[in-house]
Design a protein around this ligand. Structure first.
Ligand code: AKG
Ligand code: FE2
Length: 228
């Protein structure tokens, strides 16, 4: 499932990210790419263990924690510290695969599985041309370019690329989540059920027996499928 989440960051948080990123040194993005991906990757990133990454990572994690849509779609168990990237003129990230297993920085080698990939846009679409995130979804290819502060969430198992930037500069935060439910199909079913329950609660009220029954069913499926 590919999901767009509007306004995951406030205007103040976007401004904070941009101000701090403007004053930070950027390095070649290939430092965090696997073998195949490195060949396709031409962008810049903030070093993973820098003060900037830590400070802004906290802003992003706080924003995720208050987003019901992110939590319902990703069912996060752990989130790799958010990273920050930038594509200036002619930069691109060709079709690639996100590594399935990632080392968690600063833990002496602890690893996690990447199930869900997220990009939070920090530039507005008018600020650059090109730079679409193109994801091969189950039902075809999706091209995504969103206002600053909006997020796109998609399975880490899908092939994707960032098309070349032909004007301006595209800034973003991106990160990987290990989900309590590793299978994208099962996660999507839980998300759809959650959305239907929210609608029914509004129609019927929380005390309605059918609503209670479906909430119970949601939790029983989560109990069956979640690994924690
Ligand atoms: O910049 C993006 O939107 C995605 C970056 C990406 O795919 C990656 O770093 O693996
Ligand atoms: Fe990627």
């Amino acid at each position: 499932m590919l999901l767009q989440i509007p306004d995951i960051l406030t205007a103040d948080e976007i401004a904070q990210c941009r101000t701090v990123l403007e004053g930070s040194p950027w390095v070649d993005g290939r430092v965090t790419a696997g073998d195949q991906a490195a060949g396709a990757k031409r962008n810049l990133q903030i070093p993973e263990e820098s003060d900037t990454a830590r400070e802004l990572g906290t802003v992003i994690l706080r924003a995720l924690a208050r987003s019901p849509a992110f939590n319902s779609a990703a069912l996060p168990l752990r989130v790799l510290p958010p990273m920050f990237n930038r594509y200036d003129h002619a930069m691109t990230y060709g079709y690639h695969v996100d590594n399935s297993i990632r080392t968690i920085p600063g833990t002496g080698g602890m690893r996690m599985r990447a199930d869900v990939s997220t990009t939070i846009f920090l530039s507005d679409p008018e600020e650059y041309e090109g730079g679409e995130l193109i994801v091969e979804d189950t039902y075809g290819t999706r091209s995504v370019k969103l206002p600053a502060g909006h997020a796109v969430v998609y399975p880490s198992s899908s092939l994707h690329q960032v098309s070349p930037v032909t004007r301006g500069s595209r800034w973003a935060s991106f990160f990987f989540t290990q989900s309590m439910v590793r299978d994208d199909g099962l996660r999507t079913m839980l998300y759809d059920l959650d959305m239907a329950i929210i609608e029914l609660r509004q129609e019927l009220g929380d005390g309605h027996h059918a609503v209670l029954s479906l909430v119970n069913h949601y939790h029983n499926l989560l109990r069956r499928w979640a690994e924690v």
